[in-house]
Design a protein around this ligand. Structure first.
Ligand code: SAH
Ligand code: SF4
Length: 344
């Protein structure tokens, strides 16, 4: 059965015309899906029974079921464990701040890339999510927020999985988030994070949209990167950088490089200088993340002093640098701590 989120308004109108010719019925359904974010067909109380019966037999409204949700101690971050039709589980995180509700969504069950420090990668790859399953995470959280008259303001594809290894489904979902008669989230409020797959970065640059791109670099040279990111054996930093420059050239957008700081591995001042040289003169921003420790990786985050010296070197090179706070680390909702359980 097809997901209702994957059809356009015109397709819906055409489909229901024989049963419900009145034009306003399409809008009623559309509002239920994209304004109230209903999760069950029974919630559409204003629709006639015959139409409701047809819709519920023809379209899936949601493919995710909440198994549990855990709040951080300050109540600002909530991690949702969601179950899919085949009983595999994914995690979706809602991060609240004063002026934003950011949702961090998954694109795959597990991940084949297997970065050394990442809990998702540690368990291997199970399967790709469909565009419907990617969208349903957003619809589910939007429904939860709507109960308190709140809305999703930002979407980051930084949960489980590598979006560019599930490119088609991911891009279809992202376009549904962006469309004004659907989720209507501005392209600049949507960020895709990739481990850096050059041909997909090029393809992404060519669609000419203003989505944000984040590249998980984690090292200033190939030797260090190979210790952390197995895919560094296939694609050199040079190749990733060439694609990154193409993206900036095409979109005129600033790129973000993510860099997980790990004590004794990639956190020396020489590494900082090398990183500064690498991205010198690029329209970019570096987002440092102190390692979130997990049981799969024998490493720890650097001391605060080391982190601040590292930041200072980059700032001295004239590079905008931020340290991402590990909101949610206490509930294993920090980036890279999403692991779920693949099957029951
Ligand atoms: N596969 C994509 C998106 C998911 S990972 C990617 O790698 O970019 C999202 C972010 O979480 C990445 O920047 C990743 O490096 C980071 N991350 C993974 N494990 C982490 C850990 N243990 N501590 C801190 N950040 C981590
Ligand atoms: Fe996959 Fe990203 Fe984790 Fe690497 S960091 S294993 S690419 S999810």
């Amino acid at each position: 059965m097809k997901s209702i989120h994957l059809i356009t308004k015109d397709e819906l109108a055409l489909d229901i015309a024989p049963i419900a010719p009145a034009k306003y019925r399409v809008q009623q359904i559309w509002d239920g899906v994209y304004k109230n974010y209903y999760q069950r067909w029974e919630e559409f109380t204003t629709l006639p029974q015959q139409l409701l019966a047809y819709l519920s037999q023809s379209y899936k409204l949601s493919t995710v079921n909440r198994i549990e949700s855990i709040n951080s101690s300050d109540g600002m971050t909530t991690k949702f464990l969601l179950q899919l039709f085949d009983e595999s589980n994914i995690e979706t995180v809602l991060i609240r701040s004063e002026d934003r509700n950011t949702i961090c969504i998954s694109t795959q069950v597990g991940c084949a890339v297997g970065c050394a420090f990442c809990a998702t990668g540690a368990a291997g790859f199970h399967r790709d999510l469909t565009a419907g399953e990617i969208v349903d995470q957003v619809s589910f959280i939007a429904h939860t927020l709507a109960q308190s008259n709140q809305q999703i303001t930002n979407i980051v594809l930084m949960g489980m999985g590598e979006p560019f290894l599930n490119y088609q489904e991911t891009l279809q979902a992202v376009s549904i988030f962006n469309q004004s008669d659907r989720f209507d989230i501005g392209a600049r409020r949507i960020t895709i994070s990739t481990i850096g797959i050059p041909d997909k970065i090029n393809e992404f640059a060519n669609i000419g949209k203003q989505y944000n791109l984040a590249i998980s670099l984690h090292a200033p040279n190939d030797n260090v990167r190979k210790r952390l990111v197995p895919l560094a054996n296939k694609y050199t930093i040079d190749e990733v950088m060439r694609a990154a420059r193409f993206y900036v050239e095409k979109t005129n957008r600033r790129i973000t490089y993510e860099y997980v700081l790990i004590k004794g591995i990639n956190d020396s001042l020489d590494h900082a200088r090398e990183l500064g040289d690498l991205v010198q003169n690029q329209k970019c921003h570096i987002n440092l993340i102190a390692l979130n420790e997990n049981e799969h990786f024998d490493g720890s985050p650097p001391e605060d002093g080391t982190i601040h010296e590292f930041i200072q070197v980059l700032l001295d090179c004239g590079i905008t640098t931020t340290l991402r706070n590990s909101q949610g680390a206490g509930i294993q909702a920090g980036c890279g701590q999403l692991s779920g359980k693949y099957t029951k």
